[in-house]
Design a protein around this ligand. Structure first.
Ligand SMILES: C[S@@+](CC[C@H](N)C(=O)[O-])C[C@H]1O[C@@H](n2cnc3c(N)ncnc32)[C@H](O)[C@@H]1O
Length: 632
């Protein structure tokens, strides 16, 4: 992406006035892994969540009552919950708001410290060659979805903090499954021993993806497994034994129980009795192919998407219908999708807006199908003959914890800001992000303002580094007044040429020198919304995204790229026919399944009687959303 790419900066709202501290219990203990800069996590800051979108085609959340939902915190709609934000803050929010000890199964598939930026290829919709110039086709390039590059031991601290918090959310009979690969599985196992206790280890499962294209290295065996580390909170976790089909029917010894003890059956002559068997008990090596690129039903464009069959095995083994399942690194939403299919309740979270949009689209699809009652059997499943449980909910709500509504993905935003200001990134420091001149730089997540708690954290960090005498620069989008006052007081006590650790703040929204690149030219649309009797007719007449045009322009040089149909730029369109100005209630969604198909662009929908506000949300191929509304 070019450094000219701009950020939309107007939406960070002060939230810390209602931020609260949440206490976190200590790790269980031994053995302990040590790393440079290891810190105990005694408390975390919980921020309020904004309810931003709901999908409830059958008005299901209102109707859900009964025993199953009696434990549900009353401020949340009874349905799936999808959180956009850093999971440290989201988990803190869940702990503060009634979910402590309620989760039966946690599956996490965190970054693996792969040293890579995970990108998705962004294309335009429509038949190949939609954007053309002199007969040539243009693509939109790649968009970073998340970064998996870590300094030294930062990764361990990141995972340690999150494992401690996940443990607080687990119920006594709950289980956590941590998905990892060869690079970090040994460290994660030590961390899990430390956080959960070595006696709670249950299994190390190998997911063998046998159709992987192997790398070229000649000096090692090809790596064709990932590891699932399974720990329980208490002594009696849920475990449903799964049988898998045998390729050929084989004979096995017939066994019976005598006084509760299993013995082998013998006939009158004393010969052991055998029986035919079609199934075998699954062991800890699971052979499940990667998602074939041609599997359009399953494949999203999200990098590192896991196969549904893998999640199905995990969920069926470690949870029952109705249980609450949490995935705080939800990515493309596979865990939520499988939970929804198999009658589990679910909570998902991701820091990346693209992940939230992909998950929301997938969940809308399955819930629509379930609402229409057509989604029932799933043939490739091991227990296919068993009927699936009824869906536990037919709705979900999307929340935002802190405001991550940057028009570009968060990591890209940080990279761009560093590039723009001239910050030299230092990935070797567990706390500071880089160097600017002589100053150490800390970047405050752009999704929220700098708060007094950030400043407390900085103070603690400097106390732990008594020899550090360099000035500090804090880079943020905006700053709370409380933080400003504390920093002024700190600097008042540090005057003169020998003063150490003076703090300077670059507030990007208003900074006269650095703030200039924080301009974003938003996408625009021409939408006609009319009422015809009891129907509403919506027609999108035009849509233009300057960011998409700019990306094409970068490839086209001096020539002008041409897009014949505005629909090439649009990924999906959603409508709320009675928008209340706060929560977008998806009444209708137009998400073409194939990349070669366009959205329809014209819709006729029923509308509630009387005055109503119709809102149309258009999401483009870069994930930028715009909202057009009309009160009729
Ligand atoms: C390996 S992917 C998960 C893929 C997922 N299992 C699937 O099937 O699509 C890891 C995800 O973690 C998210 N992530 C990384 N750091 C995070 C954080 N601090 N909070 C929440 N999500 C985070 C990334 O955005 C990414 O979507």
């Amino acid at each position: 992406m070019s450094p000219k790419m701009k950020l939309k900066a107007g939406q960070a709202k002060p939230v810390a006035s209602s931020a609260a501290k949440v206490e976190i219990a200590k790790a269980k203990g031994r053995p302990m892994l040590s790393w440079v800069g290891k810190r105990a996590l005694k408390f975390v800051t919980a921020f309020p969540a904004q309810f931003v979108e709901k999908f409830d085609p059958a008005e299901d959340a209102q109707k859900r009552k009964g025993e199953l939902w009696s434990d549900w915190p009353k401020d949340y709609p009874k349905g799936g919950l999808l959180f956009h934000g850093d999971n440290k803050e989201v988990l803190a929010h869940l702990l503060l708001n009634g979910f402590r000890g309620k989760v039966k199964l946690i599956y996490i598939d965190p970054p693996f410290d792969s040293g890579a930026d995970y990108v998705r290829k962004v294309t335009l919709r429509g038949p190949k060659g939609t954007a053309k110039l002199d007969g040539e086709t243009y693509a939109l390039g790649e968009q970073i979805q998340y970064t998996d590059i870590w300094a030294n031991d930062n990764y361990l601290q990141f995972m340690f903090d999150r494992l401690l918090m996940h443990k607080e959310l687990l119920s006594e009979d709950g289980v956590i499954v941590v998905h990892c690969d060869w690079k970090k599985s040994h460290h994660l196992r030590c961390l899990l021993d430390e956080v959960f206790g070595i006696e709670t280890f249950r299994n190390e499962i190998y997911w063998h993806f046998y159709n992987k294209m192997h790398d070229d290295r000649k000096d090692i065996f090809p790596r064709a497994t990932n590891t699932l580390l399974v720990y329980s909170k208490g002594d009696n976790p849920i475990f449903n034994k799964i049988a898998s089909p045998r390729e050929k029917t084989v004979k096995q010894l017939k066994r019976i129980k005598v006084n509760g003890i299993l013995v082998n059956l013998k006939d009158d002559e004393g010969n052991l009795v055998y029986q035919e068997s079609d199934t075998k008990t699954l062991d800890n090596v699971w052979d499940i192919p990667l998602i074939p690129p041609a599997d359009v039903n399953q494949k999203t464009d999200y990098p590192t998407q896991k196969p549904q069959a893998l999640l199905e095995l995990i969920l069926l083994t470690y949870s029952e219908a109705g249980d609450l399942v949490l995935d705080s690194f939800i990515g493309s939403g596979t865990t939520a999708l499988v939970a929804q299919r198999w009658g589990r309740r679910w909570i998902g979270c991701d820091i990346n807006k693209g992940a939230i949009q992909t998950t929301a689209k997938r969940l809308q699809g399955i819930i629509r199908k379930q609402t229409e009652d057509s989604e029932r059997q799933h043939p490739e499943l091991i227990q296919a003959e068993e009927k699936k449980p009824e869906p536990t909910q037919l709705s979900f709500a999307v929340y935002r914890v802190n405001d991550y509504d940057l028009s570009v993905q968060h990591n890209e935003a940080v990279n761009l800001a560093c590039e723009h200001i001239g910050i030299e990134r230092n990935r070797g420091d567990a706390y500071f992000d880089g160097i600017l001149g002589k100053s150490l730089v800390k970047i405050i997540p752009f999704g929220r303002p700098l708060t007094p708690l950030d400043f407390d954290e900085l103070r603690r960090e400097l106390e732990a580094r008594p020899d550090e005498d360099r000035p500090i620069t804090l880079v943020c989008l905006g700053m709370e007044l409380g933080a400003k006052a504390e920093i002024e007081e700190w600097n008042r006590l540090r005057k003169g040429k020998d003063a150490v650790n003076r703090v300077e703040v670059i507030e990007l929204r208003t900074d006269p020198k650095y703030g200039k690149f924080m301009v974003h030219e938003p996408a625009t649309a021409k939408v006609a919304i009319r009422r015809i009797k009891d129907k509403i007719v919506i027609e999108i007449q035009d849509f233009i995204s300057p960011s998409i045009i700019m990306r094409l322009q970068e490839q086209a040089g001096l020539l002008k790229p041409k897009i014949d149909d505005w629909r090439a730029m649009v990924d999906c369109v959603m409508t709320d026919t009675a928008f209340d100005g706060k929560v977008f209630n998806v009444i209708h969604s137009d998400v073409p399944e194939k990349k070669t198909d366009f959205v329809q662009g014209k819709y006729e929908l029923s509308v509630p009687p009387g005055k109503t506000t119709v809102a149309v949300k258009i999401i483009d191929m870069l994930g930028e959303e715009i909202l057009c509304q009309e009160t009729l």
